[in-house]
Ligand binder design. Structure first.
Ligand code: GLC
Length: 510
């Protein structure tokens, strides 16, 4: 039997911004639980919840101070268990975020490691003496992800420690077997509770070249975006064994932030490393036919031969939302939804994209993220009331534009809305083996249009995406009927070859 994640659509929840029950303006686990009916109505198969562990929140939860507890801001372990049980009761899988590259500097492991050079936990992190070749005597010239150097001097013990991200996120030393064992125990903690898998943060960072060589002079990228040390693959094989010991249906989805599809493809190994590896190259493509066609073909060439299942992401918590990136047009966002949900592989939806949310405009005095990512993390507007379904204090970030009309309740009441389009796409995908699992093959199409077929045995669909603003005429062999139309106008009618500008369709044989 095919594993569940090969036909699943994932829905990413940024818990601070999804739904609040406590009234403090920050979302919580009980809030997610209360909105499970909505997610079931929408038709997603799995949720991935960004970190909700104990954390000082310098990187809003990606700085973990305790991998095995819930931050009081989000609730309790009991709240998590209830959320998990109620999600499972609705046939929704739950994938949690796991942050193995670094801990918080407040994690007891680092507090202990920092205490003295001869601390038993010293070697759990990456320490080096000065002076090295980097600026100011740093061990090397690596840059941290949100600016500045990747090394911080610890005055008390007279050594540098490595952090590929903030100074409050010291990197763990995955070459130390005790670290590996302790981190495996944190995985088992959540596996024992019944989670369906993990989204693993910064996979490409886990091991570093022991020589810590300088990055080439003039390289502008932070080191986290280029670190790709071969030893990480052995670490992943052992992580996979931990997950596989739970019956084989727990999924490992890795963030491999290396912008090269062939490189990312290596992280699935021979089916013995990650199940799914995020390929973020499409996140940085414009809304352009040539660019997208190139991406899709490369993914097919690199992943299909090794049996890898592609991943497709248009938006996430680290980048501007795609509607904003593609120029703000809702028509385009609708066409993009058809593309995302009909490619071969696992689509990852980002909460709120089904409402057509744009990034919020965040005034300088409301900026809180050191990485400048606040705009895509705006609160989910649930209804048209002044608080938009947030019960107490105003949410921690400003609303995206038009919350009075662009909210769940208003769009749910309008069958022609983008929200209903997502729902119809999810339903079409679920009921068609061609769409959720079939082969992909390009079809002839006029300029500006991407056309492809998905096929599984007798089940076939054709998909047309018009990247241009002008209408197009598409000649397809055989009679087809419109199953889903991004304009919501032609569904159920015979396809007559006309495709509006910035529009897309799923066709089924008539
Ligand atoms: C990943 C996360 C990002 C976080 C970083 C450090 O890239 O997606 O949000 O800031 O790792 O943990």
């Amino acid at each position: 039997m095919e594993p569940w994640w090969r036909s699943a659509v994932f829905y990413q929840i940024y818990p601070r911004s999804f739904a609040d029950t406590g009234g403090d303006g920050v979302g919580d686990l009980a809030g997610i639980r209360c909105r499970l009916d909505y997610l079931q109505w929408l038709g997603v198969d799995a949720v991935w919840i960004c970190p909700f562990y104990r954390s000082p929140m310098t990187d809003f939860g990606y700085d973990v101070a305790d991998y095995c507890d819930v931050d009081p801001m989000f609730g309790t372990l009991g709240d998590f268990d209830r959320l998990l049980a109620e999600a499972h009761a609705r046939d929704i899988k739950v994938v949690v975020d796991w942050v193995p590259n670094h801990t918080s500097d407040q994690h007891p492991w680092f507090v202990e490691a920092r205490r003295a050079r001869d601390s038993p936990k010293r070697d759990w992190y990456v320490w080096r003496d000065g002076p090295g070749t980097g600026a100011g005597g740093r061990p090397n010239n690596w840059k941290a992800a949100f600016g500045g150097d990747a090394w911080t001097w610890d005055q008390a013990t007279g050594q540098w420690y490595l952090h590929l991200f903030l100074p409050t996120q010291p990197d763990l030393n995955w070459r130390n077997p005790e670290v590996e064992e302790a981190m495996h125990a944190t995985l088992r903690f959540w596996l024992d509770r019944g989670v369906d898998g993990f989204r693993i943060d910064v996979v490409q960072g886990l091991t570093k070249d022991p020589a810590l060589p300088d990055d080439p002079p003039g390289q502008l990228l932070p080191h986290a975006a280029v670190n790709d040390c071969a030893d990480t693959h052995a670490v992943l094989r052992r992580l996979r064994q931990v997950a596989d010991a739970y019956g084989g249906d727990r999924v490992l989805v890795g963030e491999v932030y290396l912008l090269s599809t062939p490189t990312v493809a290596r992280y699935v190994g021979n089916g013995d490393e990650l199940h799914l590896a995020f390929d973020f190259t499409p996140l940085y493509e414009p809304w352009d036919l040539g660019a997208w066609r190139g991406r899709i073909e490369e993914v097919e060439e690199e992943l299909a031969p090794v049996g890898g299942w592609p991943t497709w992401t248009l938006s996430n918590h680290d980048n501007p939302r795609h509607r904003t990136r593609y120029g703000g047009s809702e028509r385009r966002a609708r066409a993009a939804a058809v593309l995302l949900l009909t490619l071969r592989g696992a689509p990852f939806l980002y909460y709120g994209e089904e409402l057509g949310l744009e990034d919020a405009l965040v005034p300088p005095d409301r900026v809180v993220d050191p990485g400048g990512r606040d705009g895509c993390r705006s609160p989910m507007p649930w209804d048209a009331s002044p608080g938009h379904g947030w019960p107490g204090a105003a949410p921690w970030l400003p609303w995206a534009p038009e919350p009075e009309v662009r909210n769940v309740a208003s769009l749910r009441a309008d069958e022609g809305s983008i929200l209903h389009l997502y729902r119809r796409l999810l339903a079409a995908r679920r009921s068609s083996p061609a769409l959720h699992g079939g082969a992909w093959r390009p079809l002839e199409a006029p300029a500006g249009v991407l056309a492809y077929e998905r096929a599984d045995g007798d089940d076939r669909r054709a998909v047309l995406v018009n990247f241009g603003e002008a209408p197009a005429t598409v000649a397809l062999e055989g009679p087809w009927e419109v199953e889903v139309d991004s304009d919501a106008a032609l569904e159920g009618t015979r396809f007559r070859g006309r495709l509006a500008g910035d529009a897309a369709m799923v066709l089924r044989p008539a």
